[in-house]
Each structure stands twice: as structure tokens, then as C-alpha cells.
Design a binder for this molecule. Sequence first.
Ligand SMILES: *[C@@H]1O[C@H](CO)[C@@H](O)[C@H](O)[C@H]1NC(C)=O
Ligand SMILES: *[C@@H]1O[C@H](CO)[C@@H](O)[C@H](O)[C@H]1NC(C)=O
Ligand SMILES: *[C@@H]1O[C@H](CO)[C@@H](O)[C@H](O)[C@H]1NC(C)=O
Ligand SMILES: *[C@@H]1O[C@H](CO)[C@@H](O)[C@H](O)[C@H]1NC(C)=O
Ligand SMILES: *[C@@H]1O[C@H](CO)[C@@H](O)[C@H](O)[C@H]1NC(C)=O
Ligand SMILES: *[C@@H]1O[C@H](CO)[C@@H](O)[C@H](O)[C@H]1NC(C)=O
Length: 645
Amino acid sequence: MRLCFSALISMVVITHGQSLGTSARTFEIDYDHNCYRKDGQPFRYISGSIHYARIPRFYWKDRLLKMKMAGLDAIYTYVPWNFHEPKPGIYEFSGDHDIVSFLQLANEIGLLVILRAGPYICGEWDMGGLPAWLLAKESIVLRSSDTDYLHAVDNWMGVLLPKIQLLLYQNGGPVIAVQVENEYGSYFACDYNYLRHLLKLFRHHLGDEVVLFTTDGSGLPYVKCGTIQGLYTTVDFGPGTNVTDAFFVQRHSEPKGPLINSEFYTGWLDHWGERHSVVATERVVSTLNEILAHGANVNMYMFIGGTNFGYWNGANTPYEPQPTSYDYDAPLSEAGDLTEKYFAIREVIKKYKKIPEGPVPPTTPKYAYGEISMEKAKTVIEALDVLARYGAIKSVYPLTFDQMKQYFGFVLYRTTIPKNYTEPAPLSSLYDGIRDRAYVTVNGVLQGILERNKMHTINITGTEGAHLDLLVESMGRVNFGRFNNDFKGLLTNLTLNGDILANWTMYPLDIDSAIIGELLSKASALKTDNIPSPAFYKGSLAIPEGIPDLPQDTFIKFTGWTKGQIWINGFNLGRYWPARGPQVTLYVPVHILTTSQVNNITVLELEHSPCETGKCVVEFVDKPILNENPGYVKEELSFNKGSVL
Ligand SMILES: *[C@@H]1O[C@H](CO)[C@@H](O)[C@H](O)[C@H]1NC(C)=O
Ligand SMILES: *[C@@H]1O[C@H](CO)[C@@H](O)[C@H](O)[C@H]1NC(C)=O
Ligand SMILES: *[C@@H]1O[C@H](CO)[C@@H](O)[C@H](O)[C@H]1NC(C)=O
Ligand SMILES: *[C@@H]1O[C@H](CO)[C@@H](O)[C@H](O)[C@H]1NC(C)=O
Ligand SMILES: *[C@@H]1O[C@H](CO)[C@@H](O)[C@H](O)[C@H]1NC(C)=O
Ligand SMILES: *[C@@H]1O[C@H](CO)[C@@H](O)[C@H](O)[C@H]1NC(C)=O
């Protein structure tokens, strides 16, 4: 393992004789010396993960500079396919989606890139990066040699990889290695033909020179199904792991070549309703030090986690969605702040290499704009005409989101109550077919909530002919394991008092367009009442005058609010759910705020807002709160009280 470093010394001598004429940029594996070679020189990287899709473009440079100043040689980044191909053959590569500019920026800053190109990425990202439109074929076997799946993969890689080819190291770009698939050995399919297909496809577009590799858990069973000849095997493991044992697993598959930990965990992910994950700095730096002492290459996952803006979070099974913040307890916080973990890691890196001189870019200032009054604008049902701009779909039995080509967000399912139920009658999804949460109203009044794996039955009352509406929310598609063919909506029939409900009208909602188009503001607000029902609330934030350097980043806090989604000036900041926790504030990056006019805040509250009983405000604070204790029990109690209405 130390051969690479003894080679380093002898290389110094050799290169004296060779320094003329060897200007070609090369990057390759040196199997004889168990290391990489960059431009002919022994090389190992110390890298950190940053996901461009989780950081606003406005902040890419700031975050990359901080990574450079920590002493990193390289970054790892994922390419989420569904972020770039929202519909088959429709591509998004501009603005925050401009991966080419992101990679060029890394190059300008002097960071190499290890690109995790997919097609599957996991990453706590909706469906592990796979587009939900693949589910149009209901029997599709994702991540296998299913012909329809491969056809879609071929089309996508035919668009993505030619862009990457131009950015390969030997072509003057930063990309030194490209990962194929991700932790495939953890997936049930174990389909070597699929991996062989990907290998051929990547070679076809990227040529024979670039290092192609895989990443798997550091256990022999993972490496068995995750790797094939021709893709270099790397492993992942976190603090506290026996480093020798973990690399022994890589050596089982790669007897020679560089040791590589592609995901060394600096922190860990969160789920709604669970405690915020924290990993102690001492544990991180101690194992990092061991890995580096082994002469191994390492990528810290995450170096900065960022944010699941909009609807981009994924979920684990049994169904547990991840929150909006992907802070990860990483060395740079969600908002890019320098932490004590950052400086401790930098000290470790310093022991092994020279790190750049000069000041580290400072933490960006945050501002507490204070409380902002909110006002109820319209309920979802009142706004149906502007939200369901593509009209309604009728079907005797409920259709899934996927059958309606609605891939994110919300669909309103409507039927009528067939006869009078003056006594509470059970409304049931017997086969747990709610994906993922349904807010049930009768003639606009909230009756209760059905939730995947948690609540199959609620009691309702209502009279014959009354509207029975279920506003169904996708809370993020499963990103890991065999169940990531995660259909959304109502997957099974609903029964009322044992009878199957039929004759549904379904309204796929395009809430984001309605908010960007300010359609909600057109219709005047009805008389505000206190009847709980999913509803929009509006407020405006004027940036104070006379205070230097405003606007600044901030965090929005939802005291007394329950669960919903928030937009500022049409930018979808993500989901809030303080009633369940652990996250209770959302990060608001400065670039979405303006000083030239008031900033429009739109909140979609799905359950109960404080406006029903108390102070109707949201509050902008200067510190995040990501770790309030899970409020699951508390929430259930308060909901029971509310539902007696
Ligand atoms: C790691 O495991 C090996 C045996 O596989 C053992 O010899 C070694 O002591 C362990 N190292 C630590 C730090 O526990
Ligand atoms: C159902 O209830 C409504 C309103 O209370 C009443 O007018 C109607 O007659 C009832 N229908 C039946 C069949 O009992
Ligand atoms: C529905 O009401 C019945 C009868 O009042 C009661 O036994 C049952 O527990 C209730 N079910 C739920 C889910 O609240
Ligand atoms: C709903 O019930 C009908 C009638 O029993 C049945 O034909 C249909 O397959 C059911 N749909 C689902 C999704 O279970
Ligand atoms: C559904 O609608 C059709 C046509 O209006 C009607 O014949 C049928 O009885 C309805 N089914 C149910 C279960 O209400
Ligand atoms: C906020 O909404 C108002 C009224 O609809 C509109 O005139 C204004 O341009 C919006 N502000 C921003 C920053 O979009």
C-alpha cells in the first residue's frame, strides 16, 4: 500500500529526465504501484461531495472555493437524470441545471471532478435520480436489462455523455474519472448484462482512456453484484470502520491499483419524525487520518449537503421520506457556513499535503427579518380552476399520478358521498394504497388524514351528494432498494363503510406555475374563516432600508404551522413540517430576494395554520433549527383535537 509513496520519490528523479515533451494531460491507474498517475506522476486525491442540484447556481463558486481552500484536490458530484429530463426527450441544462458550467467552474477553481453519472444515483434524491416517467411501463424492472429501461438510458446517456466527453481531463477539462451506476451490489437484480451494457455505452461515448469505476458498500456480498471486469471497484465506509478490513474488501475485487473510499461519511441523512443525525468531529477526523495514512484516495460524503428544494427529496423503505434540508452535519453547513468540522478536517489534510494559502471565504451573513403577517388567500378547492389548468380526468376507479403523467406534488381526487352518513363511517384504503398522504375534506372541511404505512382508515360524516375530496401528496419517491418503482397517488380503491367508491374526477395540480404566474392573486380572497382545509396563505417581506449589505440569507420558521410547502417569489423552497420535525426552519438563499419590490411569500398549509386560532405569522430568523425533537406523538394528539370539528 505504501508503494505509491516510494514511487513518488523515485518519480521525482525520473521526471527530471522526462520533463521536456511530456506535456500531454493523462490520468490513469498504475496497477504496479497501487496508485493513480496524473500526467505521469503518482497521484492520490482527497475529495469532497457537492451536488450542484442542491446548491443554487448563485452559490456554486462560494462553495467550491471553500472546498478548494480546505485543501481538496477534487469533488465528486452526482448527475440526477430526473433533474435534467423531466419528460421523455425534454431536457433542462440551463440555470441551476447547467452542469457544464458547474464543471467548468470547478476547473477554473482548480478542482478535479469525479463524476457520478448514473443512470441511478441514490443520493436521497427523488427515485434515486431515475425519472418517474419510466413507470409508464408498470412492469418495468429498473436498473436491469429491461429493454424499455435500457432504451431510455441509451437516449439519456446519448445526450449527457457527449457533453462530458469534452470535459474529460485529457481533453483539457476537470473530469478524471466517471462512476457507472451506484452501489449496484445493494440492489436485488444483480444483472451483470446491465452493467456490461452500461460499460459499453460509457466507453462508446467517452472513449477508452477515462477511468470508469463503481462504488459499493465495503462488504463482500456488495462487491460481488456491484462490479464487473472493466469497471474499477471502489468501496464506501464511514467513521469508526476498521479501515484495513474495509479496503480488504476492495482488494478482493482489485488486487492491485489505488485504494479508494468513494463515500466517507462526514455525517448522515435525516428522516421526518426522527432525530437529526450528528456525527462527532473527532470520529470523522480520526478515521480520515487513518485512510490518508493508508495512502488511499478518499471522498468525503458530503462536504456540503445543501437543500432538497421543491419536491426533490427521496425516501427510504419502510416508507420514510427525507426532509428538505440535506445539511448532513457536513463540514460546510447547508447554508455554506464554515464549521469546526471544516477546520478540523483541514488540519488533517495539512498533514499530508500543502494546502492553498490565503484566507478561506467567510461564512455569508444571515439576517433575521422578523415576523411577517400572513393572510389566508384561498383554499385549494376554491383555487381549483387556476391550479388544475390542464383540466380534470375522469375514471370509475382512481388512477395513479403516473397514469396521469403527474410526477411531483399534488393531485386532488374527487367523488361524491353516495348516501347520508350522519354517524361516523370508516373511509378506508384497505391495501395501504395511499401514496403518500391524503388530506380528506367533505364539502371543503378537513375530516382527517390518510397516510402510507401509518393511517389506513379514518371516520367521516357527510350527506348524500357532498364532495368527498382527497388532496393527495407525493412526499418523495423511494431512492434506495428494490421498491424504488414508487408509484404515487391512490394505488387501490377506497371504501366508505365497506362499499367501493367510484366515479372519480381527478385534478392534477400545477401549483408552481399558478404561483409563478400569480394566478392565485387574481381571484379575490373569500371571507377568511377558521374552517381547517388545505389552503394558501400570502404575505410580503419588504427588505428594510438603510441597513448596509441587505438582503442576506435567512431562515424561515413556522411556529404554529403544521405541514406544507412554501414559495418565495415563485421559488419553491421545499416542504416544512415542524409538527413532525426534526427540521423546523427552511433555508432561504439571498438570490431569490429582491430589494426593488416586496417579496411575495406563498404558503400552502395542508393541515392547521396558526391563523385559525392565534398569531398568523411566519418568522425570518438568522439561525437554522434542524434538530428539534421529533414531534410525531405531539402532532397526533393535536390533530385528534382538531378533527372533532
Ligand atoms: C482491524 O481488523 C484487523 C483484523 O481484520 C485487526 O488485526 C486490527 O487490529 C483491526 N484494527 C483496529 C484499529 O481495530
Ligand atoms: C340526507 O340528508 C339530507 C340533509 O340532512 C336530507 O335532506 C335528506 O333527506 C337525507 N336523505 C336520505 C335518503 O335520508
Ligand atoms: C370510527 O368510529 C368507530 C365507531 O365510533 C370507532 O369504533 C372506531 O375506532 C373509529 N375509527 C377510527 C379510525 O377513528
Ligand atoms: C377497484 O375495484 C374494482 C371493482 O371491484 C376492480 O375492478 C378494480 O380492479 C379495483 N381497482 C384497484 C386498483 O384495486
Ligand atoms: C357511476 O356513474 C355511472 C354513470 O353516471 C352510474 O351509472 C353509476 O351508477 C355510478 N357508479 C357508482 C358506484 O356510483
Ligand atoms: C409580488 O406580487 C405583486 C402582486 O401580484 C407583483 O406586482 C410583484 O411583482 C411581485 N413581486 C415579485 C418580487 O415578484
